[in-house]
Design a protein. Structure first.
Length: 236
């Protein structure tokens, strides 16, 4: 299919729902939206984002009312849990976020960060993810070798922790959307050597980013970031 610049706002009607990304995400597509929109095909039957991140393009296209068959996925299961919770139990997420907002300070941040998310409900895990994302340093997502979130406290005067109106708009936009973790069935079972490994930069022409991958992992890696030692593991 040939890609052509199109004026989508002139050929589609807005849905009236104006959801915005509810997470900050390194490598997001927000700044590229004008270029991406100009290069969309004139028609498409289905839409799949394999690395959804903050979902900037998805939310923009939802506002334009041109999506029908939608699948959102990502290699980050914590991120996918958050999308599922906002879709299916947004009021529970909002209630927990309001509690986080009332108690927020530096000490409370580290208390929440230390919580084992596997002991929380789906809504609790999503609220924890959103809270940490809104209050951590630069909105980064990073895990240590044990898979524990380890980004330090961010210095914000008055962070918006619970934007209830936008979360409800996001929940409405996600109704009927297929949301799943990608690459779960083909993850490699071995780790590449950490010493004396050669590395090279792989330029990936995509709408999202230029990825980096370990050259010794690449032949068996289903996607940059899937290996535990991959330098792009923290990318969404």
């Amino acid at each position: 299919m040939t890609l052509q610049p199109v004026r989508l706002m002139l050929i589609r009607q807005s849905t009236g729902i104006r959801p915005r990304p509810f997470l900050k995400w390194a490598g997001g597509k927000g700044q590229l939206l004008p270029e991406l929109i100009a290069r969309l095909p004139e028609r498409f039957a289905a839409y799949h984002e394999p690395h959804v991140g903050s979902g900037a393009l998805f939310f923009d296209l939802t506002t334009r009312g041109i999506l029908s068959d939608v699948r959102l996925s990502d290699v980050n299961p914590t991120l996918i849990d958050t999308y599922l919770a906002v879709r299916d139990c947004v009021e529970d997420v909002i209630a927990i976020l309001r509690k986080h907002q009332r108690k927020h300070d530096r000490d409370y941040y580290y208390v929440v960060r230390a919580v084992d998310p596997s002991r929380l409900t789906l809504a609790g895990r999503a609220a924890r993810m959103i809270y940490l994302n809104k209050t951590c340093y630069n909105g980064l997502y990073r895990e240590n070798k044990l898979g524990q979130f380890n980004v330090p406290f961010g210095r914000y005067n008055n962070p918006t922790i619970c934007d209830a109106a936008n979360l409800r708009n996001v929940s409405r936009a996600l109704q009927g959307v297929d949301i799943a973790t990608s690459c779960t069935s083909i993850r490699p079972t071995t780790r590449c050597p950490r010493r004396r490994r050669s590395r090279r930069i792989i330029a990936t022409v995509s709408a999202r980013m230029i990825s980096m991958a370990c050259a010794t992992c690449l032949p068996n890696c289903p996607g940059a970031g899937c290996m535990p030692c991959c330098p792009t593991r923290t990318r969404g």
